[in-house]
Ligand binder design. Structure first.
Ligand SMILES: [Ca+2]
Length: 204
């Protein structure tokens, strides 16, 4: 019981550190598309019936601005992906807090909107991540979605991807807006004695 109380106290300390933000910061480039283009982002999986553009004026609620990324997929059985992979050394093991704003204009005949974040290791590829998030249904109004996961110790950089996927039948579509993507790695600022894994180890 004593250990439980101590662990609870340690969790409170960690929660406080998270709440104050220390110096954890968003590691994504152009996270709100306020450059006016897709700088920092890449588009994969599209065809002639898809497009990803920066739309203005329309902005997600999490942060001020005037632009969002507009994903239009009207192809059949197409996985349209908007993704960003951060530079080597931008991430580390520890608690990863993520956030993004989404708005869905249409998702018909099998259309679905997913998000996934990958923790990646230097030279080894994907080592962990959020798992597949969604499907999301923020019909016609912006919603902010947040969560967290623990990245393994050998994490070196991150990939976040937004997937506007369609079904295999005629008439399918997925038309979505993305804004204010954020990936913050607590492990980058917490010292070794206060990482979550070390705290857990102390009280085992
Ligand atoms: Ca924006």
């Amino acid at each position: 019981m004593k250990n439980c109380k101590s662990l609870f106290a340690a969790i409170l300390v960690l929660a406080f550190m998270g709440a104050t933000g220390a110096s954890a910061q968003n590691i994504l480039t152009n996270p709100g598309f306020e450059s006016g283009d897709l700088t920092g982002w890449t588009v994969n999986g599209g065809n002639a019936n898809t497009s990803v553009t920066v739309e203005s004026p329309d902005n997600g609620p999490a942060l001020p601005g005037s632009n969002n990324a507009y994903m239009s997929n009207m192809g059949e059985a197409i996985g349209l992906t908007l993704k960003q992979t951060t530079a080597p050394g931008t991430a580390a093991g520890g608690i990863v807090n993520y956030s993004f704003d989404l708005k869905l204009d249409a998702a018909e005949v099998g259309g679905v909107l997913f998000v996934e974040i990958f923790a990646e290791g230097d030279g080894v590829g994907i080592v962990g991540g959020s798992g597949l998030l969604g499907p999301f249904w923020p019909w016609n109004e912006w919603q902010t979605f947040t969560g967290s996961f623990v990245a393994p110790a050998n994490t070196d950089f991150m990939t976040i991807q937004f997937m506007a996927n369609t079904g295999a039948a005629i008439g399918t579509n997925c038309i979505a807006h993305v804004d204010n993507a954020s990936v913050e790695v607590e492990g980058l600022v917490a010292n070794e004695a206060t990482t979550w894994s070390n705290v857990k180890a102390l009280y085992r």
